[in-house]
Design a protein around this ligand. Structure first.
Ligand code: SF4
Length: 197
């Protein structure tokens, strides 16, 4: 016999029911999640159940916890305190923000300059020109992959642009890369792709 403590963090559970498949005695369906049978509510969304199991039962209880893909179930030997299966407790202090951005209202031009990006299908390369002044190209970088280009711009040429400008560059480079690979027309600042052939 072995006395085990089962700890279940319902917040972390993603409801794939793998625990139920292995240990239907201990886990029951509960809408989009599961329920720890006999579990008592502890802190937040955590439930605890403690019992003496024979060797065969204990093996199933442990396996039921081990199959959890998100470590929502922890098993502790209630007598020795040994942690048999480690549980990951969801971070309740983490912030979740719904992301929205209005390009037309919130866009602010970087005073350091702007990029002109195009694809060179003959050479199979992406070409990035940087203008410090309107219509005056001060730097041109060519490369096959986005990483080759932005590494040069950030680490070698050290343009020291605003973070959102670098994020913009990454987004446009990825678009240009896909357009080149998939033979789709690339239009800078346009979110739509049009197949070329
Ligand atoms: S295996 Fe884990 S994630 Fe899946 S239902 Fe059971 S506790 Fe939830």
């Amino acid at each position: 016999m072995r006395k085990l403590k089962i700890i279940f963090d319902k917040k972390t559970c993603i409801g794939n029911k793998a625990c139920m498949a292995v240990d239907p005695e201990r886990w029951e369906n509960d809408e989009d999640k599961v329920k720890l049978v006999g579990g008592k509510k502890s802190k937040g969304d955590t439930y605890i159940f403690e019992k003496k199991f024979d060797d065969e039962e204990a093996h199933i209880v442990i396996e039921g916890a081990q199959v959890c893909p998100v470590n929502a179930i922890g098993i502790v030997d209630a007598e020795t305190g040994e942690e048999i299966v480690t549980m990951k407790v969801s971070d309740k202090s983490s912030k979740i923000v719904e992301a929205k951005y209005d390009d037309k209202k919130e866009f602010v031009l970087d005073p350091k300059g702007y990029f002109l990006i195009r694809v060179d299908r003959k050479e199979k390369k992406i070409e990035v020109a940087f203008c410090e002044k309107p219509n005056v190209v001060s730097l041109t970088v060519k490369g096959s992959k986005p990483i080759d280009i932005y590494q040069i711009i950030i680490n070698k040429e050290k343009l020291e642009l605003r973070k959102d400008h670098y994020a913009y560059l990454g987004r446009e480079l990825e678009k240009a890369y896909i357009a080149l690979k998939e033979n789709i027309e690339y239009v800078q600042d346009d979110d739509c792709f049009e197949r070329k052939y």
